[in-house]
Design a protein around this ligand. Structure first.
Ligand code: CDP
Ligand code: CDP
Length: 215
C-alpha cells in the first residue's frame, strides 16, 4: 500500500480518537492523537506549577519536551502519561495553552515529521486544514454538545474519575469556543473534508462510513 495520510478533525467527544484507532488497526497504519500532545505539555506545566500566564516559560517547556508515541501509548520525557493527561485539570487548561502560536509550531513540526515518515491517521482540530492540507483523506466529525458531553461523562465515570455532567458540558463548551476562535490554526472544517454528523450513530456506523470513502 502506498503511504497515506488520513486527517480526522472535529470538536471534543465527536468520536475522533475512537474511530481513528479502529481504522488504524483495520488499515495497519499508525494512529497519532495530536490532542494528546497538547495535553502532555499542559500536564507538564501543571506538574511544574508554572504560572499559566507565563507564556515564555510554557513555550520553553514545549521546546524542551520529548513527546513520542509507541503502541498507542504517549510518552512524555520517556514516561507513559496516557491516564494523567485525561484528567479534568488538564482538559480545563489545554485550550489556553494550545492557542499559543509557538507551542503549536513545535507540535505541528513533530506531527508533520510523523506524517512524512510513515502512513498515519491523525486526529485533532487542524489536521486537515493546517497540518496536512494535502492529506489523502479528510473527515470532520460533529455531534451535538449534549451527546458529546454525555459520551465523555460515561467514559470518564467508567474509568473511575469523579465528574459531573455539568462540569463536562462546561469544559466542552469552553474548549469549543477557544479552539474555534483562536487566531492560529483554529478548529475548522477544511473545504475538502467530508463532514459526518455522528449524533445517534454508533462507533461501527461511523467507522463503516469512513471506510466506504477510503476503499
Ligand atoms: O479528546 P478531546 O476531544 O477531549 O480533546 P483532545 O483531542 O485531547 O484535544 C485537547 C485540546 O488540545 C483541544 O481542546 C485543543 O485545545 C487542543 N488541540 C489543538 O489545538 N489542536 C489539535 N490538533 C488537537 C488538539
Ligand atoms: O476523540 P474525541 O474527543 O472526538 O472522542 P472520543 O474520545 O473518540 O469519544 C468519546 C466517547 O464517545 C468514547 O467513550 C466513545 O466510546 C464514545 N462514542 C460513542 O459513544 N459513539 C460514537 N459514535 C463515537 C464515540
Amino acid at each position: 500500500m502506498k503511504k497515506v495520510v488520513i486527517a480526522i478533525d472535529g470538536p471534543a467527544g465527536a468520536g475522533k480518537s475512537t474511530v481513528a484507532k479502529i481504522i488504524s488497526q483495520k488499515l495497519n497504519i499508525n494512529y497519532i492523537d495530536s490532542g494528546a500532545m497538547y495535553r502532555a505539555i499542559t500536564y507538564k506545566v501543571l506538574q511544574k506549577k508554572i504560572d499559566i500566564t507565563d507564556e515564555n516559560k510554557i513555550i520553553e517547556i514545549s521546546r524542551n519536551s520529548d513527546i513520542d508515541f509507541e503502541d498507542n501509548n504517549i510518552y512524555l520525557d520517556g514516561k507513559i502519561v496516557n491516564e494523567e493527561i485525561r484528567d479534568l485539570s488538564v482538559s480545563s487548561l489545554v485550550s489556553n495553552i494550545a492557542q499559543i502560536k509557538e507551542v503549536r509550531e513545535v507540535m505541528v513540526s513533530l506531527q508533520r515529521k510523523m506524517g512524512e515518515k510513515y502512513s498515519v491517521i491523525m486526529d485533532g482540530r487542524d489536521i486537515g486544514s493546517y497540518v496536512f492540507p494535502n492529506a489523502d483523506y479528510k473527515f470532520f466529525l460533529t455531534a451535538s454538545v449534549k451527546e458529546r458531553a454525555y459520551r465523555r461523562y460515561i467514559e470518564l465515570k467508567s474509568k473511575g474519575y469523579e465528574v459531573t455532567i455539568d462540569e463536562i458540558i462546561k469544559d466542552i463548551e469552553n474548549r469549543d469556543k477557544i479552539d474555534s476562535q483562536r487566531e492560529f490554526a483554529p478548529l475548522i472544517k477544511a473545504d475538502d473534508a467530508i463532514e459526518i454528523n455522528t449524533s445517534g450513530k454508533s462507533i461501527d456506523d461511523v467507522v463503516s462510513k469512513i471506510l466506504e470513502y477510503i476503499k
